[in-house]
Design a protein around this ligand. Structure first.
Ligand code: FAD
Length: 398
């Protein structure tokens, strides 16, 4: 009898998991990917798309997925773990032997009058709004994390005639090294972005009126779908599916999780943030552990870490912060055009890594994480900056 592995969510984690399973060539293994979008969404490029710096932020699933993956273009509305079935929005029930929960993030709310750019529809709405603004119109970007910074810079660089401001409750990108943070602030000012740190954003009413802006781009924190909680699966306070270190749901032997929608509920893994750089290794590792379970082998603890965080500040400016495995900044950093090129390379590599996994199961490798039991921030600094080998690891993506 065959085995069915169902992957929920065709983002970075889900596609990586589907490819690792399908390319393994296990006889009788049916790999099903349920995801609503007709094309793969390159979320890490949505700020470029919103600012009109890029014509498209999607890729053909056909060019990314192993041909053995059966894709169902729908959304799962319920997981019934006791019955090992999921229910699709069209009412269909789908049985599984193994399930990978990789439904991602971006479900956060925004106040009236604001547009969120972390999903394709929001980015497309922002793109249309920005394109018709007259010279001198005001655009307020809200948030102090990497998404906000990248969006503000990209918008200011693309639309030189608009007045762009960045509003954050605290300092921008506080998790970066001091020099990198200063350089990011300088670059934002060079791009013409007015920095309004420390000013709370008015709550209630239309936020555009409160900020005196024609368009407000809301980049203040990711939310996650409530599918896991609504299905009675264990979640943390933010609604992320709770996993053990092998990426399996505690108390469930057939459900695994990966990416933004899931979290390893072990304090050792607190360094793993919501980001593409963590999502892809988690997707691959979850699939690897399913293959081990099928072979009757012991599952492995998830092990991934960071090397570099690349920030785009327009098409020809950027910053790279080199990181320790635990996501803490080292003293090494790059700026300007070199950093922008590095970021572009990393963005292209994400699709290559996914395609590589479709060609050979196990092809994708990643930097190892901090060593359990060691003081992870006290690692000796290397004498030369290491090349960032993974997609950039945000300190926060809000
Ligand atoms: C503008 C922007 C820039 C970013 N830049 C970077 C960066 O430079 N580096 C970095 O590391 N990270 C970056 N990120 C973060 C990164 O995009 C996310 O961390 C990453 O997309 C998470 O991958 P994922 O597979 O978990 O989820 P996603 O990529 O969000 O994919 C989830 C998928 O699940 C689907 N789904 C949702 N609900 C259901 C359901 N009920 N049933 C079936 N399918 C469902 C969704 O439609 C989607 O296709 C950026 C994010 C944004 C918004």
């Amino acid at each position: 009898m065959g085995t069915t592995a169902v992957i929920l969510g065709g983002g970075y984690a889900g596609v990586m998991a589907a490819n690792r399973l399908a390319a393994s060539g296990r006889p009788g293994l049916d790999v099903v990917l349920v995801t609503p979008e007709p094309r793969f969404v390159e979320r890490i490029r949505l700020h470029e798309y919103a600012a009109g710096a890029r014509a498209d932020a999607t890729a053909d699933f056909g060019s990314l997925l192993h041909p053995g993956v059966r894709r169902i273009p729908d959304r799962v509305v319920q997981i019934r773990a006791n019955e090992r079935t999921v229910q699709l929005a069209d009412g269909t029930e789908l049985g599984y032997d193994y399930l990978v929960y990789a439904v991602g993030s971006a479900a956060g709310t925004a106040p009236d009058g604001a547009v969120r750019i972390e999903h394709l529809e929001g980015a497309a709405a922002a793109r249309s709004d920005l394109a018709v603004l007259p010279a001198g119109a005001r655009v307020a970007v809200v948030g102090g994390g990497l998404t906000a910074v990248e969006t503000a810079a990209e918008t200011a660089r693309s639309f030189g005639s608009l007045r762009v401001s960045l509003h954050s409750a605290g300092p921008v990108v506080p998790g970066l090294g001091t020099q990198t943070r200063r350089s990011v602030e300088k670059s934002l000012r060079r791009a013409g972005v007015e920095l309004c740190s420390g000013t709370p954003v008015p709550a209630g009413g239309d936020v555009r009126a409160g900020l005196g802006a024609d368009v407000v781009l809301w980049c203040a924190g990711f939310g996650v779908p409530d599918l896991a909680a609504a299905s009675g699966l264990p979640v943390n306070d933010d609604g992320r599916l709770s996993l053990d270190p092998t990426l399996r749901v505690r108390g469930q032997d057939r459900i695994y999780g990966a990416g933004d929608a899931a979290v390893i509920d072990d304090p050792f893994y607190a360094y793993l943030r919501m980001c593409c750089a963590a999502a892809m290794p988690m997707g691959a590792e979850a699939a690897g552990n399913i293959l081990r379970a099928l072979d009757g082998k012991a599952e492995v603890r998830h092990d991934s870490g960071f090397r570099g965080l690349c920030i785009s500040l327009g098409r020809s400016d950027g910053a790279v912060q080199f990181l320790s495995a635990d996501d803490s900044p080292t003293r090494f950093h790059l700026h300007g055009r070199t950093a922008a090129v590095q970021k572009e390379i990393i963005c292209r590599m994400t699709l290559r890594w996914i395609r590589g996994e479709a060609t050979r199961s196990g092809a994708h490798t990643w930097p190892t994480g901090p060593q359990a039991g060691k003081a992870t921030t006290a690692a000796p600094a290397p004498t030369t900056p290491p090349a960032p080998t993974a997609a950039p690891a945000p300190t926060t993506r809000s």
